[in-house]
Design a protein around this ligand. Structure first.
Ligand code: GLC
Length: 744
């Protein structure tokens, strides 16, 4: 998708550069292709035995005791091997002791940083700052490659509408467009402009596909959706990753419309290969091919191997070797018995070799520690990037009476909560190789931020999820003696991520009771949340004057939180996922269909609940600032266009407050009448700008035919005449609206 933009002068360079690179996915899908590599792949393949080709399709977790397998060319990759020396040792066996010297590709889960831990991806998406996300991914690639990782199992690009699903933490939330932008930004950061750089790592868009559609939000559960939903909601971020040149994809655990994703020819071959032209390779998820047996889709491992390889899964992540090892023991006999064509093996081996060549492994199989020591970005730069991304990931949900920002000169502050003085949980799920002792806690950040004369008292008050209230009184005591109370509450890091679905998404344990007890003291209370998913926080939202969503921010947690709480950084985060009021509302996403009886709180016979409103507690795209942005003068340069024409929208945005601030200006489109029902609105673009107090900028978007197209009843892309609404604002609910019409 290409969005050409002309803007008012002040930010033309920023916007044009950003959008041109980020949204023009089609251009880069061929940027890594090379005739020279194709020739090398073909030459090497022609020399390989069947055993050696099958060996390339095998990945084990951990290399201990497996040198002989490597020497015999029976394994092509490992995961969970870390450290330059460890990797160089096993790589030496592959390169110098096996017959053809084919290097191993070492994969690891570098999801949001390697040593320097960045905010979890759901938090990164809250920044709506793809350039910063790319910068963080680049730093992750530096640190990971310096430690022997060639390939990361990221970005996780699963769209998630259900906050009960723990893996919502790992992705970019509920919207296909924002998810596509974040997917491309991470691929660009990991792989760089040229795979061959020693500090680039191969990206892996996962989990292909629709894993986030698990019924009941229960991890690994079945997914049964229409092809329309598959193509409109779940596939776009994967396509963005592929068009950004991602070297690999990972097939998912879930069964999709009756066919497990790890043996689903429709998605793995018909869509991924035939429609999108993907020429990298697909790795299974951990044991997901062997699990075809549990799905009742394969009789045994032999049938599982046959179904996985023929559907298009090139590499078997035989993580738990006993349970998972499917390709190594079965593929040769399948070829010899004539049940499997060797051509299919050749194709998978070719794809894996292609990525190994593209990533420079044949030229440079060993970690060059001197190169990294001399070139890796300084820890100052790495931490500064982490701090800035953490700051921009924080979402201000409520600030009644402008309680925030707090004064640094307060006489006394009570810091309470199980996540306040905690270096582990703020790392969030899937931190790769964090340096835990480097994590700045919320307490430490606050202590270092306030004046020397400020007394900062701390009490844990309760644990994250026990029913023990015995420490309540100690917390109440320090609160009584303080001017302001900051409560840092939320989930533990293992309450989101994999195998961490929750049926109840309230604050766990007795944390709400503690907040209510402290609130009764009648002092100003700020609640800072640390969590990996939207939570249902009705009482807090109704009663607590200031509520800050910090997700899990990683290494720079405390510094970022303190910068926001005390005004050294004006919060600018916007929610990438809607917050339900009650778990019973789920899904509560913003881009819903109007139905034949659109919701009306006054009318019984409309699409609604009798006990609560339909609206979310906090909508997609929502986030407050310490200043106020006023939108005005939404204009379109045309009110009638033909199908292949564009419309230019302009709007004025003013900083009406007294402090500078960043704002994410969001563009939504609605197609009022079409041959299929269309969402009430869809995000089609955004820009993040900074305005000084009193400053006004005119922001322009070009609304292109691509943005107005949709899939018709036969799932063919089309544009139809009729009226469209253009809506622009600072979140998905508070929008200025204008209309135009496509005429025949
Ligand atoms: C896990 C996850 C996947 C991860 C892989 C390797 O089960 O589903 O996201 O990359 O195994 O750790």
């Amino acid at each position: 998708m290409k969005i050409n933009v002309s803007l008012s002068r002040p930010i033309i360079i920023f916007f044009f550069t950003v959008f041109f690179v980020r949204t023009d996915f089609s251009q880069s899908s061929t940027k890594y292709q090379s005739a020279d590599i194709e020739k090398k792949v073909a030459d090497l393949l022609s020399k390989m035995t069947l055993d050696e080709k099958i060996g390339q399709l095998v990945q084990f977790s951990g290399d201990s005791g497996r040198a002989e397998l490597v020497r015999k060319g029976k394994v092509g990759s490992f995961l969970n091997v870390r450290g330059a020396n460890e990797v160089n040792m096993i790589q030496k066996v592959a390169v110098e002791e096996s017959r053809l010297g084919i290097p191993l590709i070492m994969g690891n889960d570098v999801i949001h940083g390697y040593n320097t831990t960045f905010p979890i991806p759901l938090a990164e998406a809250s920044s709506w700052n793809p350039e910063l996300v790319t910068k963080a991914a680049k730093i992750a690639a530096w640190e990971a490659s310096a430690n022997g990782t060639h390939w990361t199992f990221a970005p996780m690009v699963d769209i998630a509408l259900d906050p009960r699903w723990g893996r919502i933490a790992e992705g970019a939330g509920e919207d296909p467009y924002l998810g596509s932008v974040m997917a491309a930004a991470q691929v660009k950061g990991f792989q760089g402009d040229n795979f061959l750089n020693k500090n680039s790592i191969v990206a892996c868009a996962k989990h292909f596909t629709a894993y986030g559609g698990a019924q009941g939000g229960r991890d690994y559960n079945s997914v049964d959706i229409s092809e329309r939903t598959l193509r409109e909601i779940y596939l776009p971020p994967f396509q963005a990753a592929v068009e950004s040149g991602a070297g690999t994809l990972m097939s998912a655990f879930n069964d999709l419309n009756g066919i497990p994703a790890s043996a689903n020819h429709f998605i793995l071959t018909e869509i991924l290969r035939n429609e999108w032209g993907f020429d990298g390779f697909v790795v299974s998820d951990w044991n997901s091919i062997a699990e075809l047996i549990n799905h009742g889709f394969a009789e045994d491992k032999k049938e599982a191997a046959l179904k996985g390889i023929t559907a298009g899964v090139d590499m078997d992540m035989a993580g738990d070797v006993e349970a998972g090892n499917v390709y190594l023991p079965n593929l040769k006999s399948l070829v010899e018995s004539g049940e499997l064509s060797e051509e299919i093996i050749n194709k998978s081996a070719e794809r894996i070799l292609r990525i190994k060549y593209r990533s420079g492994l044949f030229d440079d199989p060993y970690v060059d520690s001197i190169y990294f020591a001399e070139n890796i970005p300084s820890s100052e730069e790495r931490n500064q990037t982490a701090l800035q991304l953490s700051r921009e990931s924080i979402v201000l949900l409520k600030n009644e009476g402008s309680l925030l920002p707090l004064k640094k000169e307060l006489k006394s502050i009570a810091v309470i909560g199980p996540l306040a003085d905690n270096q582990e949980d703020p790392l969030g799920p899937w931190s790769a190789n964090p340096i835990v002792e480097d994590v700045v806690t919320a307490l430490k950040g606050i202590q270092e931020k306030v004046s020397a004369g400020t007394i900062v008292a701390y009490a844990k008050g309760c644990t994250i999820d026990s029913s023990d209230t015995s420490d309540f009184n100690e917390a109440a005591e320090i609160a009584r003696n303080s001017e302001v109370i900051i409560m840092v509450m939320g989930e533990s890091r293992d309450m989101s991520g994999e195998a961490a679905s929750r049926a109840d998404i309230n604050l766990p344990g007795v944390q709400l009771e503690l907040i209510q007890k402290i609130y009764e003291l009648g002092k100003p209370v700020v609640v800072v949340l640390m969590n990996g998913r939207p939570l249902t926080i009705e009482w807090i939202a109704e009663n607590i004057p200031a509520v800050v969503e910090s997700w899990f921010l990683g290494t720079q947690t405390g510094n970022a939180i303190a910068d926001v709480l005390f005004g050294d950084f004006n919060p600018c985060g916007k929610l990438p996922v809607s917050f339900p009021r009650y778990v019973g509302q789920i899904p509560v996403n913003y881009n819903y269909k109007s139905t034949g009886r659109p919701y009306d709180d006054e009318l019984k016979f409309t699409s609604r609940y009798i006990d609560y409103p339909n609206s979310p507690r906090y909508p997609f795209g929502f986030g407050l600032s310490y200043t106020e942005f006023k939108y005005s003068n939404l204009k379109l340069d045309k009110t009638k266009i033909k199908k292949n024409e564009s419309v230019e929208a302009s709007i004025e945005v003013m900083n009406a407050g007294s402090v500078s601030g960043k704002e994410v200006i969001q563009l939504y489109i609605k197609d009022l009448v079409a041959s299929v029902t269309r969402p009430v609105k869809e995000l089609k673009g955004f820009q993040k700008i900074e305005l000084k107090p009193g400053e006004t900028k005119t922001i322009e978007f070009v609304i292109t035919p691509k943005m107005l197209s949709f899939l018709d009843v036969n799932l063919n892309e089309t544009i139809e005449p009729g009226e469209f609404h253009v809506m622009i604002g600072g979140n998905s609910e508070e929008l200025l609206k204008a209309s135009f019409e496509i005429v025949e």
